[in-house]
Design a protein around this ligand. Structure first.
Ligand code: HEC
Length: 156
């Protein structure tokens, strides 16, 4: 997506340059030279219109998919204690239920999210339980930074 948008821009840039070169080349003898380059500019402006599929620079980082990338981490490392079926999940945090999990998550802000804090400082899971890898911790961080999207059908 991004590559093709960039390629498009480069292509258009080249076209504009070529147009400009042609215009000044032929225009220098008879036509007023200023007219052609100005006329070439509007042909360049459609470029942004062709790009909007690429909403913001943030799109450079792929959007994290909760179901595929985050839920499996919770399942593997957290559900034994914070699972969807826990009647009294430790710390009151049930990681199988969005509303409950959001008590420990500040969407958009990993640094103020309790969940990210306890995972990144390796206090969760506690004791000798296997810990998420650095990459998995990074994914959790990205996911929270991107707004901690949690599709309804991902509950339980
Ligand atoms: C072996 C059981 C166990 C596992 C596995 C576990 N936790 Fe916990 N968790 C606890 C207990 C017990 C507490 C409450 C006591 C505490 O805060 O240390 C807790 C508390 C928490 C809290 C609240 C902390 C607070 O200060 O209130 C969060 C957030 C949390 N866990 C997240 C996680 C995440 C995320 C995972 C998986 C990566 C995980 N836990 C795995 C047992 C577990």
């Amino acid at each position: 997506m991004k590559t093709s948008a960039l390629a498009l821009r480069i292509l258009i840039g080249t076209l504009v340059l070529a147009l400009g070169a042609c215009a000044t080349g032929s225009g220098s003898s008879a036509n007023p030279p200023a007219a052609a380059p100005v006329a070439a500019v509007p042909s360049a402006t459609p470029a942004p219109a062709a790009v909007p599929a690429n909403p913001t620079p943030v799109a450079v980082v792929a959007k994290i998919d909760f179901d595929k990338q985050i839920k499996p981490i919770f399942t593997q490392y957290c559900y034994a204690c914070h699972g969807p079926t826990a009647d009294f999940p430790p710390g009151g945090v049930n990681l199988g239920v969005r509303k409950s999990a959001l008590r420990a998550i500040a969407p958009g802000s990993p640094s103020t999210s309790l969940l990210f804090k306890v995972v990144s400082n390796r206090s969760m899971p506690p004791g000798g339980n296997p810990k998420p890898t650095a990459r998995q911790i990074y994914l959790i961080r990205l996911w929270i930074a991107q707004g901690a999207d949690w599709p309804d059908d991902a509950e339980n």
